[in-house]
Write a protein that binds this ligand. Structure first.
Ligand SMILES: [Zn+2]
Length: 128
């Protein structure tokens, strides 16, 4: 496993100061309702999370750092970071093979038209 770079202590301090000791997790990226910020107090524990996964972004700036509570961090790790990393690798491996095999529904059959029955053809004149 590649070494995962971490935020500097300076960045962590700045992120914590920016958070106001309230979890910075925001919206559905962290499993919250869209636009809603987690309001847990970070005094109970704080994790420093890469907003965009480090393996993808290589970004340890304050902008990519979120001071979040352990619960939000655990949720994002389980639901975002791992699938994102796996997806990236998968896309690189699969290339163009990932074309979706959509089932094309067959067109509806036209209603069958009953031909009117012809009266029995009289090839020869009726015998009299
Ligand atoms: Zn939180």
């Amino acid at each position: 496993m590649a070494d995962r770079r971490e935020f500097t202590s300076k960045t962590r301090k700045q992120a914590l100061k920016r958070s106001g000791l309230i979890c910075e997790a925001l919206g559905d990226w962290y499993g919250l309702p869209s636009g809603q910020r987690c309001t847990r107090n970070l005094g109970d524990g704080v994790n420093y999370d890469h907003l965009i996964l480090d393996a993808n972004s290589h970004d340890n700036s304050l902008e990519n750092c979120r001071a979040v509570c352990p619960k939000c961090h655990a949720w994002k790790t389980a639901n975002r970071d791992t699938p994102t990393a796996a997806k990236t690798v998968r896309q690189q491996l699969m290339g163009m093979k990932t074309r979706a095999k959509a089932k094309i529904p067959s067109p509806p059959k036209p209603a069958r038209v009953e031909k009117p029955k012809l009266p029995p053809r009289q090839l020869y004149g009726a015998a009299s």
